[in-house]
Design a protein around this ligand. Structure first.
Ligand code: GTP
Ligand code: MG
Length: 399
């Protein structure tokens, strides 16, 4: 293996020099900043295992300069060999030109992706104009790309648009599963989990309020386990005082077994959990604790209908594999379309139990049905015909 040393004012010039003189097969053994520029040590020819071993970083790159000097037959000098054991800054990633090139490559990549998806969409539109039109409508309704494509693929292209639309909406409705009023019909121990601020406590109050109207306030109890947020316990206690429902505040879910035992005589006990960011490990930990409790607790995920699809996906991913009974969809009155939340529950195969559309306790709550959810999706689409940009539809088509 033949070793050579190169010196240039900057890394770009040094690499250009190396490339011109030694071609593409050259191996860069080391690089470092020196007075007035950069120094590269290169090798060409049959690989020399011992030499390569010396230059392979092993938990630190400090040895390279000395070894480089030794191999090149140059006595190390104070100027060429740093005395401190700190390694020279790697030049590859910090050099401005390289960073600039990375940025430009990134821009070219996304431009190419965009053009390819545009071409694919155009080609699809030519081949299956009916399906393309349906896919455009579904995207405008906020239906996630994967679900939209799978629905459109199930419709024959020769159908006229109105018939095809009916077919696709029926297929969408068939994929929504709902539980018919499980909490108010059957009671039990119900826990409500979800991201922060989605309406868990309000939903707990609505369910407890509704149950007490039918069975009496003595038959229901509320448990607040949220000691994270200021005033969280207070929120439920105030409601409980107003309607005569017992409210117990706990410091954590670990205190649940005792409290649930105490509420043995209640037909319905609702556990209001603190809100968590999906990435917070406490989210899964809390749900795992609930799943391991001696008395059965049915946990429902609360999803806010005005949350975008990617954020909903994160929440659903965070609870993957944990035993969830179903979900409740909140703030339908604030959503522009139900497309994202319906796509998320379909992808996660989560049955929907209740929907809420307003802050009034206990009025603004409904039993979810696939028909009602689909009708609402269509109503919202008509009331606010979202004009999804062409580029968005093209991207959705290939993602
Ligand atoms: N418009 C509308 N607002 C709602 C609905 N449900 C709840 N809210 C409001 O959303 C806000 C947050 O509700 P909470 O019930 O405190 O939410 P939470 O999930 O318990 O919040 P954290 O405990 O902080 O995670 C309150 O102002 C509620 O009145 C709904 O269906 N529609
Ligand atoms: Mg709350």
């Amino acid at each position: 293996m033949k070793v050579r040393r190169y010196f240039a004012a900057n890394m770009r010039n040094a690499l250009e020099q190396v490339r011109q003189e030694q071609g593409p097969d050259v191996i860069i053994l080391s690089n470092r900043k020196v007075d007035g520029g950069v120094e590269l040590l290169t090798a060409i020819g049959e690989p020399d295992a011992e030499l390569l071993e010396k230059f392979t970083p092993r938990g630190g790159r400090e040895r390279a300069p000395e070894v480089a000097a030794e191999v090149a037959g140059v006595a190390p000098t104070a100027a060429s060999v740093p005395t401190a054991p700190t390694a020279p800054e790697p030049l590859w990633t910090s050099q401005e030109t390289v960073v600039q090139m990375q940025r430009e490559l990134g821009a070219i990549k996304s431009l190419l992706e965009q053009q390819l998806s545009g071409l694919a969409w155009h080609e699809f539109g030519q081949r299956s104009p009916g399906q393309a039109r349906l896919l455009r409508v579904l995207t405008q309704l906020g239906i996630a790309p994967k679900l939209g494509r799978s629905l459109a693929a199930g419709v024959e292209d020769r159908h006229e648009f109105a018939a095809a639309s009916r077919q696709i909406l029926a297929a969408l409705q068939a994929r929504i599963t709902c539980l018919h009023d499980p909490v108010l019909q059957h009671g039990g121990h119900i826990a409500l989990c979800g991201a922060t601020g989605v309406g868990k406590t309000t939903l707990a109050s609505k369910l407890a309020g509704r149950y007490s109207l039918v069975h009496g306030s003595q038959r229901v109890a509320l448990i607040s386990t949220d000691d994270q947020r200021l005033g969280a316990h207070q929120q439920l206690r105030t409601f409980g005082r107003l309607v005569g429902i017992t409210v117990r505040s706990l410091r954590s879910v670990d205190e649940l077994p005792e409290t649930l035992h105490e509420f043995e005589d209640r037909g319905l006990v609702i556990i209001d959990l603190p809100g968590f960011a999906p990435a917070d490990p406490a989210f899964r930990r809390t749900l795992t604790t609930l799943a391991g409790l001696p008395s059965m607790v049915q946990t429902y995920l609360t999803l806010c209908a005005s949350t975008d699809y990617m954020a909903l996906e994160r929440v659903v991913d965070a609870v993957e594999g944990l035993p969830l009974e179903g979900c409740c969809l909140t703030k339908l009155d604030e959503a522009a379309t139900l497309g994202p939340v319906l796509s998320a529950v379909i992808a996660a195969q989560l049955p929907v139990a209740y929907t809420t559309a307003g802050q009034q306790v206990p009025d603004d709550i409904s039993i979810a049905t696939p028909q009602a959810l689909l009708q609402q999706l269509i109503r919202m689409g008509k009331a606010c015909p979202a004009s999804a940009e062409a580029a968005l539809i093209e991207r959705a088509f290939t993602r």
